[in-house]
Design a protein around this ligand. Structure first.
Ligand code: CO
Length: 220
């Protein structure tokens, strides 16, 4: 079994490097954080928010769980969302899925992963809701990719439907909600569906997002 010693060594080196590049780096961060972005992503170890966005500590507020879900009764996620919107006043909420997501693949392959089956039941519900969109995709991997995208669109809708976002937009707070998918194979983020900024109803944007997914994919 490996020990944590190498991690402490890494940490000391990282801390020293930060101070070498900016003497008051930690003093400044200790006093305040002012992130403009909230990242709601998957717990997958290959999808680290800060690195992918090229952002430093203090620049992105992060919530991660299996398959990047926003469940209406999940106080953990809702508390993060509320703190981000009402206290930190982030300007952008990003729901970030990723291709090759183990949670999504488990659903498409109808494979049990234990207790987490109950959590992933939310993804299964989405798969059933969009059965027609998924049934014409034969290969498991491709169906998983399509379900990743549909899941992101549904989670964006869930964010928009919370009392937190609805009240924020009612107050006139400027905040946008975006759906993104990260490619493990190329390290790139792609937009999924359309962003919601509160001036259009989220239901219109939700329908537009699904329609954009139904269009043949253009190479970019
Ligand atoms: Co994942």
């Amino acid at each position: 079994m490996c020990s944590l010693n190498s991690l402490f060594a890494n940490n000391r080196a990282w801390s020293a490097q930060c101070v070498a590049s900016e003497a008051d780096y930690f003093t400044r961060l200790a006093h305040q954080q002012a992130p403009r972005f909230l990242w709601i992503g998957c717990s997958d170890s290959r999808v680290p928010a800060n690195e992918i966005l090229g952002l430093q500590p203090g620049e992105v507020f992060v919530h991660r769980n299996l398959a990047n879900l926003v469940v209406h009764s999940d106080l953990n996620c809702l508390s993060v969302l509320q703190y981000a919107v009402e206290t930190l006043k982030v300007e952008h909420v990003m729901v970030v899925g990723h291709y090759g997501c183990g949670g999504i693949q488990a659903v498409t392959e109808r494979r049990s992963v234990g207790l987490a089956d109950n959590w992933l039941r939310h993804v299964e519900d989405i798969a059933q809701k969009h059965d027609e969109r998924l049934s014409d995709v034969c290969h498991d991997t491709e169906r998983g990719a399509r379900l990743c995208e549909l899941n992101v669109i549904e989670q964006v809708a869930n964010v928009c439907r919370t009392t937190i976002l609805r009240r924020a937009w009612y107050r006139g707070q400027r905040i946008e909600v975006h759906g993104l998918v990260y490619g493990l194979a190329d390290g790139l983020l792609r937009r999924v569906g359309v962003s919601v900024n509160g001036t259009n109803t989220w239901t219109e944007r939700y329908q537009a997002s699904l329609q954009s997914l139904d269009l043949p994919k253009s190479e970019d």
